[in-house]
Design a protein around this ligand. Structure first.
Ligand code: SF4
Length: 214
């Protein structure tokens, strides 16, 4: 039986070798563009968001223009993603608060970030780790599922429990990239309905795979 510590080491070594570079698939050029893209990506694919954002950023190139935007113009641009009405409201309010409370500068603190409309813990962690390289683990559906299957987490019932268990074992400097390792693995290999265990490099130390054999 592999210990938790060993499992983390084996997974880390595997990804360091096979995915030395792992980044968000959302397209962005600055913190403003990333927060807009992450808000749009809730319950929506990165692919869809990347289709929407080029025109969005042409019309609203900076936080100031979004803060001054008319709701119907924003809605028109985001209508092809999920929950367009609530995302429109969040985006405009987020931009306004960013200007009024933070002088237009993206905060790096998780608690401060969560004060922005439309920004929950997951989005705040993405901004903190991707923009500020902080040891913040954003847990989305892929990270939640893949961590549990591999055995990096045990009986984690909520994203917050998953987050706490993961940051306990991954070294701080690897937490930002580990988030992307798990997302990309979940998106392309360890898929929700049918994990591709036959072609997965983690199977020798994956708890789910072990259990399938018994
Ligand atoms: S062996 Fe299967 S369940 Fe385990 S990580 Fe790979 S794809 Fe997922």
């Amino acid at each position: 039986m592999i210990s938790k510590k060993e499992r983390f080491k084996l997974v880390t070594d595997y990804f360091l070798k096979h995915r030395p570079v792992a980044e968000t698939e959302l397209q962005y050029t600055d913190p403003y563009e990333l927060i807009v893209a992450v808000i749009l990506s809730a319950q929506c694919t990165d692919k869809r968001v990347n289709i929407i954002t080029p025109a969005f950023f042409r019309q609203f190139p900076a936080v100031e223009s979004l803060a001054a935007a008319d709701e119907k113009d924003v809605l028109e641009l985001v209508k092809s993603c999920s929950y367009p009405n609530s995302k429109t409201g969040h985006l405009i309010k987020m931009a306004r608060m960013l200007i009024e409370k933070f002088n237009g500068i993206m905060p790096s603190d998780i608690d401060q970030l969560q004060k922005l409309p439309g920004v929950g813990r997951k989005t705040a962690n993405v901004i903190a780790s991707v923009i500020f390289n902080k040891p913040a683990m954003a847990v989305d559906t892929h990270v939640f599922r893949v961590s549990a299957r591999i055995g990096l987490t045990t009986n984690a019932k909520t994203p917050l429990e998953t987050e706490k268990q993961l940051i306990k074992y991954f070294p701080d400097h690897l937490i930002p990239i580990a988030h992307h390792w798990l997302i990309l693995h979940g998106r392309y290999v360890c898929q929700a309905r049918k994990p591709k265990c036959g072609e997965c490099g983690l199977r020798d130390f994956c708890r789910y795979f072990e259990m399938q054999k018994t």
